[in-house]
Design a protein around this ligand. Structure first.
Ligand code: NAD
Length: 450
């Protein structure tokens, strides 16, 4: 199956998709690539993939996709030769076909055979890689958070729209059955008007210790790994995986585990949170770990959504993070609570949900459920073939990921932010406004408009 060229959609297809997205995700529609007459013809065709960054999560994608019907992983790409070789071997073992293994992702973007890419690099590469992929006409599945900062999220949205490609965000709970059912209940008024939603991240992380610069291992192309980030010497507690605790590569745990639950909190608030918040306040810091971790281990953020019109009410989203807790909260390590005018709901993406009415009467109990990565892949592949609309489109991704970035900015500057949701600007606070973007090194991957 070749990459689909830019869209020619019939208005009826476009408007029914738009309607579907509005009613199921509350998000605005992002145009899709599939031409009306082409969808059926594509239904049985193989989707050819490139997997970029097959590390921890990238290997989860690769293992699942290598055995998926009508999918071929034709290329794998990693800046670490050992990881690249392991990924190629795994694809061959699972699918019977050896993929091309490359270290420069532009070889994937240049390939006419590849329809879509899965990007599971560290966060500082997400938007730069995804923008290049979109501009090469590839459909894109990008891990969360979609961006390293608000500005890059906006640039990626523009790239998806400009190229009319299919885009899926790696928030797999959006395709998970018990979560979708919980959202139907909330949006159907099961607890009245949801005025406040909470997301928490309560677990015990490991310290990353302290380190000094040293030579990178021979199998790692460290300059390529840094890519768009400023050039710095290698340090052993920067990677793999633990890059998420450093400002230039990750977004802290709010952008790591937190983004999943923030996304669900925002979804549960419904149409009222289909916009950025207007006020953001945060407190926290390094209360527990004494190491090189730059992002906070303790972080409480309050987001306020302005009323949409006269007669509407404001809504609030609360985020709590304690990554030194050797216990879960309300039954869930990472979870959500929704507080409505008639009842409340507890939800765990890895758990289930309990719906309570007045005086805590238990109305519905779904005691189990777990995130369904396969369903999220299936939804993406169906969208690429023209048979479905993605569950986590780029606007949804941008709004939920921006919560992480805004919560981080509020904490870093130590002030309540007044945010203009339309202009995506922090009002009256230049130092905070500057943190909507980031500093770059000299590199081919830096987005032109950044
Ligand atoms: N959806 C989920 O539930 C979930 C769970 C865990 C991680 N993640 C996300 O997956 C992503 C990866 O996280 P991880 O913990 O697997 O990190 P990781 O460090 O284990 O893996 C990242 C891989 O990307 C590679 N890489 C870096 N720069 C590259 C480049 N220029 N070209 C090709 N490869 C490059 C690294 O060498 C590494 O192998 C992150 O965005 C993270 O937020 C998502």
């Amino acid at each position: 199956m070749n990459p689909l060229p830019s869209t020619v959609r019939t208005d009826s297809v476009a408007s029914s998709r738009r309607q579907f997205i509005k009613t199921t995700t509350g998000a605005l529609a992002v145009p899709h690539v599939v031409r009306a007459g082409q969808a059926q013809a594509n239904a049985n065709e193989k989707v050819v993939l490139g997997v970029i960054g097959p590390g921890g999560m990238g290997m989860n994608h690769l293992r699942s996709l290598a055995r998926t019907d009508r999918v071929e992983i034709a290329m794998v790409c990693d800046a670490d030769q050992e990881r690249m070789a392991k990924a190629a071997k795994e694809v061959e073992e699972r699918s019977g076909r050896a993929p091309a293994a490359v270290s420069d992702m532009r070889r994937i973007f240049d390939s006419d055979d590849v329809d879509a890419v899965v990007i599971a690099t560290p966060d500082h590469w997400h938007a730069p890689a995804a923008i290049m992929a979109c501009d090469a006409g590839k459909h894109v599945y990008v891990e969360k958070p979609v961006s390293h900062n608000v500005r890059e999220g906006r640039l990626l949205m523009e790239a998806v729209e400009r190229n009319q490609v299919v885009f899926q965000h790696g928030t797999q709970s959006r395709s998970t059955a018990h979560v979708r059912r919980a959202m139907e209940l909330l949006h159907g008024g099961a607890i009245g008007e949801v005025l406040v939603a909470k997301a928490w991240n309560s677990q015990r992380r490991r310290s990353i210790g302290k380190s000094q610069p040293e030579d990178p291992p021979g199998h790692l192309d460290f300059d390529l790994w840094l890519g768009p980030a400023p050039k710095v010497p290698y340090r052993p507690n920067m990677l793999h995986s633990i890059w998420r605790w450093w400002y230039d590569y990750g977004c802290g745990d709010i952008g790591n585990d937190g983004v999943h639950d923030l996304d669900l909190a925002r979804w549960g608030l419904g149409a009222a949170a289909d916009i950025h918040p207007s006020r953001i306040a945060a407190l926290g810091g390094k209360y527990f770990f004494d190491d090189d971790m730059q992002w906070p281990d303790t972080q409480n953020v309050l987001f306020e959504y302005a009323p949409r019109d006269e007669g509407d009410r404001p809504r609030q989203l609360i985020f709590e993070q304690r990554i030194w807790s050797p216990y879960v909260q309300e039954g869930f390590e990472n979870g959500n609570a929704f507080y409505g005018t008639e009842g409340m709901m507890l939800l765990g993406k890895s758990g289930g949900y309990q719906l309570y009415g007045k005086r805590n009467e238990l109305i519905e109990d779904k005691p189990s459920g777990s995130p369904d990565l396969g369903a999220h892949h299936g939804n993406f592949l169906a969208a690429v073939r023209g048979d479905a609309t993605v569950h986590a489109d780029v606007l949804t991704a941008h709004r939920s990921s921006s919560l992480c970035h805004l919560g981080n900015i509020a904490l870093r500057v130590g002030r309540t932010l007044q945010f203009d949701p339309q202009r995506e600007a922090i009002v009256g606070d230049e130092p905070a406004n500057d943190l909507l973007g980031r500093r770059y090194g000299e590199h081919w991957s830096v987005p032109e408009e950044a």
